[in-house]
Ligand binder design. Sequence first.
Ligand code: FEO
Length: 402
Amino acid sequence: METEKTGAAVELARGVYWVGAIDWNGRDFHGFAIPDGTTYNSYLITGEKTALIDTVKTPFAGEMLGRISQVIDPSKLDYIVVNHMELDHTGSLAELKKVTDAKIFITRRGVDILNGYFRDSGSENWNLEIVKTGDELDLGGKTLMFLEATMLHWPDSMETFLKEDRILFSNDGFGQHVATSKRYDFEAGDALPYAAEYYANILMPFHMPLLRFLGLLDKLGIEPLQIAPSHGIIWKQDLKKILDAYRAWANGEVKEKVLVIYDTMWGSTEIMANEIAEAVRADGVEVKLLNLRKNSRSHIMKEMLDAAAFAVGSPTLNNGLFPTVGDFLVYLKGLRPQKKKAMAFGSYGWGGGAVKAIEQELKNSGIEVLGPGLQVRYRPYGRELERCRKLGEQLAAVAKRQ
Ligand code: FEO
């Protein structure tokens, strides 16, 4: 095993190397806040033939090629496995194809996306082989089995299983956005919170395809010794922990937990939010108070993953939602969290409108709305504060019934 240090290829099993890149300074992943950076993991498998599983984001092509060069001459690479065409995994494909004419293994749905992004680089003349679940590539001493993972999270997504070493190269599945010089769970510290945030922001809408994929692993008797995703650390010691967590998340398991998510203009909606949260706490239920200008929507969605219920609060601005609340609700609708119940609240001056708009957006997201929402004019005082506390008690009761 080679000494692990940034810059080195890392041997994960005999003839199997991590040759990816570490994005220490990445802070935004197409809108997903990644305060601790990320990695783009590529893996080199060397049998009698050689295969590279996935590449890295474009600016990191040199870093990846440098690591490959420590093991083999990149021009001698025989095969490239494209598990998924999103550009954080294929951004270096054109650069790589300048030095090698390696044959590409890809799903049928991936081909259209490949040509969509790489026609300018001559992709229509690249040597491709379309693969499907159960197809195998014999490298001589190493056998890769392809497993389609349709809609996890793109139509083309696929995972690849190295049979001899029982390593599942899971692409976005089981990933985490964290930059670390360590490659394994047992040396990097607890990666589960990063995996939860990744799941909540990338995979949450696809719980049914995920359950089908986990079922496929069972059906094929695939029991990995390592799960090597394309972002973050590799799971080896905590395999059961991450697999159990994925099953729980995909099944929409929640706990006695309530979120109070809000923004405020002149403090009134914040007073309401505090009062609601305090009533939830007083009833013995875990509560998190999340100001939309102090918390990224990615972080809020991680907290949403195991929350049973939540409240969304907005002041009325120009007869509608406060912009941060609108932004959050659009994001929430895309991620379609399951088995949640929610309420709306907010303050207004004359016309009102924010509370109704929140309720409409929640309904559009498939979330059960516990009505009616609470709207307070200017400032909440005695009777209005009491109504806030009742709303908090109602949320706590819903959480306890889960
Ligand atoms: Fe890590 Fe779907 O890209």
